[in-house]
Design a protein around this ligand. Structure first.
Ligand code: ADP
Length: 402
């Protein structure tokens, strides 16, 4: 089955066209600057030349038209007829409490997604626009929604409830939801495969460290806790997001600096984290360079980043009564030897010890732990698009059977 996987943002659409039988990517690309007259589509077809098209792409419907056209293009395309797109899988950020697994998109599902807009005002509207744009061009093609939140929906109330009046949970659905669920699920399953054991008997801690960062405690294949919360702002220090802070700071800073609600929100989401503390950059490569040059603010930012991950490793080992595998993934987790080294430093009390040679030259999706250590440390390349394609295939296959 050939599946178009879409990740629709407000001004961009990332896509992959995946052959789910071979688990291979036939083409991938990105449409950027949607809404502008100089939007850019970059398209990389398997075995053919990469192309870059600049054009006026004023909305998501036109963007999807471009994506379909380039998939059909005689020189750069990978299909001859748009009916070869068997299904479309959408990454949807927030499923709220409604969606505990991936679903076929129906008019009822679309309505429920619209009802959840308040929970993810920045993310869900472009996801919905993407679904509507596909419907406009491929009305008969099944579309599925794969949610960032659904893997965490098995969390127990003690992990998802905040210490706020319970009525607020009932009235506004205020609770921990967690994000990056597709990635946490994928890398934990890969790690279980790699140690040759059933995920149902393992305690796994996954650290997805990219521009956004989150960790999850996965006990017997189920996410029992995660660091991101009601929104993707809570938890670890991130590129531009603060992660955990004392909630009283919000009113305190607003008072001191005379900030509006919107400005405070921007401060926490865009000007905090690595960039806020270092005053240098939100990019871990640049932070590492500044650390190597002895830049004190960058060293502080890096130390806070590492320390918080270590604290959550301890917390999640306590939450699960142990840990068998620690997995690093995401742009930083996969590529930064230094981050992995520093997180695993002085962790032998949890049976965590890195093999430094393996950490510096990590084998693909390999075990980086020192010989004979109790807890295995893995670096696994995440592949959220593949999960979306495989879930879509499963849903479409089950439709065909019914
Ligand atoms: P996103 O969360 O947007 O998907 P990524 O998962 O691609 O982002 O992660 C981006 C982060 O990965 C950036 O902070 C970048 O600096 C970091 N990164 C990428 N390569 C390296 C590297 N070799 N060493 C350290 N950090 C890296």
């Amino acid at each position: 089955m050939k599946i178009l996987v879409l990740n629709c943002g407000s001004s961009s659409i990332k896509y992959q066209f995946i052959d789910s039988d071979k688990e291979s990517v036939l083409a991938k690309g990105l449409v950027e600057r949607i809404g502008m007259s100089s939007a850019v589509l970059t398209h990389e077809p398997l075995g053919k030349e990469k192309i870059r098209i600049v054009g006026e792409i004023l909305d998501h419907t036109i963007a999807i038209e471009y994506v379909i056209a380039v998939l059909l293009s005689p020189n750069h395309g990978v299909i001859k007829d748009k009916n070869e797109i068997d299904a479309v899988g959408h990454r949807v950020v927030h499923g709220g409490e409604t969606f505990t697994g991936s679903v076929l998109i129906t008019p009822e599902v679309l309505k429920a997604l619209r009802d959840n807009i308040e929970l993810a005002p920045l993310h869900n509207p472009p996801n919905i626009k993407g679904i509507e744009a596909v419907t406009a061009h491929l009305p008969a093609t099944p579309q599925c929604g794969i949610f960032d939140t659904s893997f965490h929906s098995a969390m127990p109330p003690k992990a998802y409830l905040y210490g706020l009046p319970y009525e607020l949970y009932k009235r506004y659905k205020i609770r921990r939801y967690g994000f990056h669920g597709t990635s946490h699920r994928y890398v934990s399953e890969r790690a279980a495969d790699a140690v040759g054991r059933s995920i149902n008997e393992l305690k796994i801690i996954t650290a997805h460290l990219g521009n956004g960062c989150s960790m999850a405690a996965i006990n017997k294949g189920k996410s029992v806790d995660t660091t991101m919360g009601f929104t993707p702002l809570e938890g670890l220090l991130m590129g531009t997001r603060s992660g955990d802070i004392d909630p009283s700071l919000i009113t305190y800073i607003m008072g001191k600096e005379g900030l509006s609600l919107g400005e405070m929100n921007t401060l926490l989401n865009k000007h905090s984290g690595l960039v806020g503390l270092s005053g240098e950059s939100s990019d871990m490569r640049e932070i590492e360079t500044a650390v190597a040059e002895g830049n004190k603010k960058a060293i502080n930012a890096f130390d806070v980043f590492i320390y918080r991950i270590k604290k959550y490793v301890g917390a999640y080992a306590a939450a699960m009564g142990g840990v068998d595998i620690l997995v690093f993934t995401g742009g930083i987790g996969e590529n930064s030897n230094l981050v992995r080294e520093r997180v695993c430093e002085d962790m032998s009390f949890l049976g965590i010890e890195l093999d430094m040679t393996k950490n510096e030259n990590p084998p693909a999706d390999g075990d980086l732990s020192a010989e004979g250590t109790k807890t295995k440390v893995f670096r696994i390349r995440t592949n959220e698009e593949l999960v979306i394609a495989m879930d879509t295939k499963e849903i479409v296959d089950s439709m065909a059977k019914n």
